[in-house]
Write a protein that binds this ligand. Structure first.
Ligand code: BGC
Ligand code: BGC
Length: 737
């Protein structure tokens, strides 16, 4: 529709119809609106007469349902403005990929973009218009269950992944292939104090600008059409009512023209935050601050028109926000075709297409991180295997957000391994958990029965596990946290593998058989004992529907693992939050300071994580030459080329992710000890050598100086190039201004 037509339509709307565009409800409301008024309507207390004006729908997820709702809605509506359908398509629709944090470990932006393209295709033909993804919150705290939805603890990686996901989803805005992307949760949600979900965030402005905001900005620069506000406060003001973030930064500085939406119920929650007396005041504060759509509360629907009539709210706030929603609908082509890509035949044709599944398998192969290997891997297929543990034959491999998956399509580890070996004995060995309260709670929230099959006879299982282990050449232990132990509202203070599984592990260790541990989790777990007693450890995350195939391909050496940690694995939960890019402090815990009590350290644990950022093994052995620089001096209009020679010293062809970090030695504010500034992936044949070079630019050296200008400062810099964030392969240069 042309803009003047759109304006004409907009001007023909009543105030209530405009407000309706700012209301998002789930499909139950529309089903219910002509029938009994219990359930959803009474649960949020929305005025019944506002329901037919609702502008968008949350989490309706198949072509038939969406087409039916859309058709009935348009037939009944006076203005005939189609509904927008938005959903959480996080790591895939039916072709479920590894969780985002796992994809973050691929360091492969092209692959990640391809996963978003496939998700978009499947979602588009199923009638979805917008996905609430990517989530690009900076994460430093493994206690926070939502680390699984983010990509990494690093600014550079988060920027790249944000761009890859947004461009992957949105493509050329083709109705049959692309959907709109809503980046979330703007902003700083990952900084929740103590790793407790929804908790207060306290960040300096400098840290917020320098570390937390860039990834959202990258998403917007990549054309992201929507932004979701976060639950937390920034500077003690909840983001959903934070003008500085939503207007000054997002609209004025970043020039964002799209639609903003609150997180679920967040506008009403302004009352609990203690910044609004009631829903009316909450509605006013949120809209004035710049939150366009109210997700799942009655605040806007019940109060905005009253606020205008009482002359407390300028109508232009409603007009601007509602017009943006219409522009988005127009941009997505809904006025020409309200069903957009929704097509049951296309659902059959494209969903789970073989090439999508093979991309999902590739994603598993590139995101499982090999943490330990004493040479036991890759396995020889004539080895007799005991596969033990609750994840050995589990289809719960998709993580908490994959509510659209059909679990029948999931390939288990057992199924994957059996493609290589007909000598596998499997048993569960133990339950996942000793206490199923977390599972029961969510089950009842979703109206599901608790599945008793999660409970097993543990003494029988243990007996069987020991027998199989004794009889085997290699024991593969498939252990981890329950998929409901990570994701939203899944903060933990104890990051160990649940007790029944650790008991099982210790019993098997006593048999002194070679052990390969496979770890399934949505966050870094504490793996000290697993590391100590395993011959190999593979961090498998929640790998998605092709999990079993991808993992088996790594175990048997069809694929050489190449993934690297994009988040630190703490040695002890007491180290959280932890990340590689910390500040030095006045009393750093350096080698020279060993034995000195009065330095910044724990007296009962190391400062360093068990496995650091960037770490990950391969079956190949890579060796680095010293860093060489094209010049030791850099001026404002020159660049420096930094290079190393990397050599594969093994029989295995492999992929190495070469990482460049920079440290600004002296500047007007304290700077991180290292910051990732670039990566290069290279494939090396056995004993092959390659030169890898990076260009260092002035842009890479910029930061928020003490005068808050974003710029570089003259002086000495150290550049590191190596295998991971612990590398001390360094060289220095000077920036002259
Ligand atoms: C989550 C969001 C999600 C939304 C809609 C909220 O509870 O925080 O990440 O997109 O629900 O389902
Ligand atoms: C302590 C101070 C103390 C000072 C002088 C420092 O190490 O941090 O609290 O007053 O020494 O003894």
């Amino acid at each position: 529709m042309k803009k003047d037509k759109l304006l004409e339509l907009f001007n023909s709307l009543t105030l209530e119809e405009k407000i309706g565009q700012l209301v998002q409800l789930n499909p139950d409301f529309l089903n219910e609106s002509d029938t009994v008024h219990t359930g959803p309507i009474s649960s949020i207390g929305i005025k019944e007469e506002m329901i037919p004006y609702t502008g968008s729908i949350l989490n309706s997820v198949n072509a038939k349902q969406i087409k039916t709702i859309q058709k009935e809605y348009i037939e009944k509506s006076r203005h005939k403005i189609p509904l927008l359908f938005m959903a959480d398509i996080i790591n895939g629709y039916k072709t479920v990929f590894p969780i985002p944090l796992a994809l973050g470990c691929s360091y492969d932006f092209k692959l990640v973009k391809e996963t978003a393209q496939i998700s978009a295709k499947e979602a588009a033909v199923s009638g979805i218009h917008v996905t609430f993804s990517p989530m690009v919150d900076m994460v430093h705290d493994a206690r926070w269950g939502r680390v699984m939805e983010s990509y990494s603890e690093d600014v550079y990686l988060n920027n790249q992944y944000a761009e890859a996901m947004v461009t992957g989803y949105q493509g050329t805005n083709d109705p049959h292939n692309n959907i709109a992307s809503c980046v979330k949760h703007f902003a700083g949600y990952g900084g929740a104090q103590s790793g407790r979900d929804y908790n207060t965030v306290e960040l300096s402005k400098r840290t917020l600008l320098e570390e937390y905001l860039p990834a959202y900005h990258s998403a917007i620069k990549a054309g992201c059409k929507m932004v979701m506000t976060s639950f937390n406060t920034i500077d003690r003001i909840p983001v959903t009512a934070n003008k500085w973030l939503l207007r000054n930064i997002l609209r004025n500085e970043w020039n964002f023209k799209g639609v903003t939406i609150s997180d679920h119920s967040a506008i009403k929650e302004l009352i609990n935050h203690g910044i609004a007396r009631d829903e009316k005041e909450a509605a006013q504060k949120a809209l004035e601050a710049g939150c366009d759509i109210d997700m799942m509360t009655a605040c806007y629907a019940n109060n905005l028109s009253r606020l205008v009539k009482e002359k407390k709210l300028d109508i232009s706030y409603i007009n601007d926000a509602a017009f943006r929603v219409l522009e988005l609908k127009n941009d997505l082509g809904l006025f020409e075709n309200p069903y957009r890509g929704a097509d049951e035949d296309d659902e059959k044709k494209y969903i789970l297409a073989p090439e999508f599944r093979s991309k999902a398998r590739e994603a598993v192969e590139k995101s499982c991180v090999l943490l330990e290997n004493n040479g036991i891997l890759p396995l020889n297929s004539n080895k007799k295997i005991a596969l033990i543990g609750p994840y050995g034959n589990s289809k719960e491999l998709c993580g908490m957000w994959s509510f659209t998956v059909d679990k029948d399509n999931v390939i288990t580890v057992k199924e994957g391994i059996e493609k290589y070996s007909n000598n596998v004995q499997y048993c569960t060995g133990s339950q996942i958990l000793d206490d199923y309260q977390v599972v029961k709670e969510l089950n009842s929230l979703f109206g599901q029965e608790f599945k008793n099959q999660e409970l097993v006879d543990e003494s029988l299982e243990l007996k069987c596990a020991k027998e199989y282990a004794k009889d085997a050449d290699v024991v593969i232990m498939a252990l981890g946290e329950h998929s409901y132990q990570s994701g939203e509202a899944a903060s933990r203070t104890d990051l160990s593998i649940p007790k029944p599984q650790m008991n099982l592990f210790k019993e098997i260790v006593k048999l002194k058989k070679p052990i390969v541990s496979l770890i399934f989790s949505g966050r870094p777990l504490i793996l000290n004992e697993i590391k100590k007693y395993s011959d190999a450890v593979l961090q498998c995350w929640f790998p998605g529907i092709e999990g079993g195939n991808g993992i088996a391909n790594i175990l048997y050496g069809k694929v050489n693992p190449s993934a690297r940690l994009s988040i630190s694995f703490p040695y002890h939960v007491g180290q959280c939050p932890i990340s590689y890019n910390f500040l030095n402090t006045g009393r750093p815990n350096t080698k020279e300071n060993i034995g000195n009590r009065f330095v910044s350290k724990y007296i009962d644990a190391p400062n360093l994580p068990l496995y650091g950022f960037g770490y990950g093994l391969s079956y190949s052995q890579f060796e680095y030459s010293k860093v060489s620089l094209s010049s030791k001096k850099m001026s404002m209009d020159t660049v420096i080329e930094a290079s190393v020679i990397v050599e594969n010293k093994s029989e295995y062809e492999g992929v190495e992710t070469v990482q460049m970090y920079i440290n600004d030695v002296v500047s007007s504010v304290s700077r991180p000890v290292k910051e990732l500034k670039g990566i290069k992936k290279i494939t090396l044949k056995p004993y092959e050598k390659k030169k890898v070079d990076f260009i260092i630019t002035n842009e890479m050296l910029k930061f928020y100086r003490c005068d808050m200008k974003y710029d570089s400062e003259a002086g000495k810099f150290i550049v590191y190039i190596g295998h991971d964030s612990l590398t001390n392969n360094e060289e220095c240069f000077e920036l002259i201004k």
